[in-house]
Design a protein around this ligand. Structure first.
Ligand SMILES: [Fe+2]
Length: 139
């Protein structure tokens, strides 16, 4: 191979290596159904939606907004349980979480005081076997 051709190919390969990851980051494939699961994208856990999708109850009052998150999932000690609930804001920034003790928690229920926050929230529920589930609400 001619030296100039080799240098040109190396340059193109390097440019492709730099450009490709950026284009992937700019247009990521949907992660629902793969990295995390939703009602509409349960992926490999299509038969597990009912016991893993976090249910969100919103209560607005004069002191602000409170939510109750319930995952209808058994707490079978360390064998099979919900690890935690996490609340993110509309931009996926962490707001708060509640971790469960598999040896003490009877049911995965969390109460969160969102104060004056208004807008979209993303709620995550994490099972030690069936992964991470996402639900969304407007508060
Ligand atoms: Fe589970």
């Amino acid at each position: 191979m001619e030296r100039r051709t080799f240098i040109r190919l190396v340059g193109l390969g390097g440019a492709a290596g730099i450009i490709a990851p950026q284009s992937v980051l700019a247009n990521p494939p949907s992660m629902a159904g793969g990295v995390y699961y939703t009602k509409d994208a349960p992926g490999r856990w299509s038969k597990k939606v009912g016991g893993h999708l976090p249910h969100i109850e919103v209560e607005k009052g004069p002191a602000g907004t409170r939510i109750r998150v319930v995952t209808s999932h058994e707490m079978r000690g360390c064998e099979h349980y919900i690890i935690k609930h996490v609340v993110l804001d509309g931009n996926y920034r962490f707001l708060m979480e509640n971790r469960f003790d598999p040896m003490k928690t009877k049911a995965p229920v969390s109460d969160f005081d969102l104060g004056r926050y208004a807008g979209r929230i993303h709620v995550l529920s994490l099972c030690n076997i069936h992964d991470l589930w996402l639900n969304v609400a407007e508060v």
